[in-house]
Design a protein around this ligand. Structure first.
Ligand SMILES: Cc1cc2nc3c(=O)[nH]c(=O)nc-3n(C[C@H](O)[C@H](O)[C@H](O)COP(=O)(O)OP(=O)(O)OC[C@H]3O[C@@H](n4cnc5c(N)ncnc54)[C@H](O)[C@@H]3O)c2cc1C
Ligand code: SF4
Length: 330
């Protein structure tokens, strides 16, 4: 690990000021479960670390208004178990319960979860491996390498790394937004617009400006919340990242679908909302056949590599199964 300076911010504005002054080698520290991990691997080498623990602007869970508001420093385990979220937004609770281990969820925060970096082994493996994300212009070891866990959707000729988080998939299905604070003040962006596809610059992963701090997540209340689920398929049920996942929510008129929301995870370079697949269902009776067609539509355009073609069928089935689970809750 490289030497670095550590400071604890007293307010959100202090944190942003320190991050702006510190430049591109500054990182915010929340639970540390990703940042310290990558620092020990020498993949992240910040010169300055700004601890945002205890900032009141990032705290709190509020389900009382027209939106569900989740402070960015809320711990994953607290949000997963929050009674109103378990009842009204099971997809969000499940996306957190099915992520990582209990010890990690007790430590890790929502803001850190959204901004976790890819688990691509070549990225994490350091110098022996070419990686455009870690070292722009060096190449991509996954293209032509072992790509069983890599993206089928949203990849480019420079990078096919999967976005690994679970929470963002559920948030995208619910049209969630985040409030962020930067040197020019506060702004709000859709979670769907937070993560970028790699294109020619896989090292630029989000649309955040340097030094911007996520304050909170806001999720509009919807009757579709109750009829929702986050379905995750992985190599080990104890804990593992998704091979394929789906967040779905339904508005049903008896057996007929009035509206559907579908987002998929573990398959794309960013959280992937699939509106064409949603439209496949509207006005139809939700049978297994209809769910299956929506699943196939969700994987339209998937580009397999060497070892990952099996995840196209897996992804379609994951969406179909998620829809049938959500139907039971409608
Ligand atoms: C073994 C293991 C298994 C895991 N499995 C899963 C899984 O199945 N699913 C899943 O979703 N995740 C999984 N994770 C990832 C885990 O959920 C993340 O490490 C965690 O959520 C990160 O939160 P943190 O608070 O520890 O973030 P930190 O490590 O403190 O920060 C992560 C990044 O976010 C930035 N950051 C943090 N907070 C803010 C903020 N408010 N504003 C701006 N930037 C911020 C930091 O600067 C840093 O770059 C796993 C992790 C491990 C180690
Ligand atoms: S897929 Fe992306 S992160 Fe993985 S080696 Fe290639 S450039 Fe690096």
């Amino acid at each position: 690990m490289q030497p670095f300076s550590y400071a604890r911010a007293q307010t959100a504005s202090d944190a942003v000021r320190a991050a702006t002054t510190g430049g591109s080698k500054t990182r915010f520290l929340a639970g540390g479960t990703t940042l310290y991990d990558l620092m020990k691997l020498n993949v992240e080498t910040p010169a300055n670390v700004i601890d945002v623990a205890g900032l009141k602007e990032l705290e709190g869970i509020d389900a009382s208004g027209s939106e569900l508001v989740l402070g960015a420093f809320s711990r994953m385990s607290d949000v997963a178990a929050y009674p109103a979220i378990v009842a009204e937004y099971p997809a969000i609770s499940e996306s957190l319960w099915r992520a990582a281990s209990q010890q990690l969820r007790n430590m890790a925060t929502l803001g850190g979860n959204l901004l976790q970096r890819t688990r691509c082994a070549y990225f994490r493996g350091g110098e022996p491996f070419a990686c455009n994300k870690r070292k722009p212009g060096s190449g991509c070891s996954a293209l032509g390498g072992i790509d069983r866990g890599h993206a089928l959707l949203g990849g480019s000729d420079t990078c096919i790394a999967v976005y690994p988080g679970d929470l963002a998939i559920a948030l995208v299905a619910f049209d969630a937004r985040i409030d962020v604070l930067g040197r020019n003040g506060q702004r709000t962006i859709m979670v769907e617009e937070l993560h970028r596809e790699p294109g020619e610059t896989p090292d630029i992963e989000t649309t955040l400006q340097p030094g911007e701090l996520i304050l909170r997540i806001r999720i509009p209340k919807t009757i579709m919340g109750r009829a929702s689920t986050y379905h995750k398929i992985r190599d080990w049920e104890s804990y593992a990242f998704a091979l394929a996942s789906a967040a779905v929510a339904l508005d049903m008129d008896g057996e007929i679908v009035r509206a559907a929301r579908i987002a998929i995870g573990g398959l794309a370079t960013r959280p992937w909302r699939v509106r064409d697949a949603e439209q496949v269902l509207v006005g139809r009776t939700l049978t297994l056949q209809a769910a299956r067609e929506a699943g196939e539509a969700a994987l339209q355009g998937a580009r397999p590599g060497h070892d990952n073609a099996f995840r196209i069928e897996l992804g379609a089935r994951t969406v179909a199964d998620a829809l049938m689970i959500a139907k039971q809750r409608a």
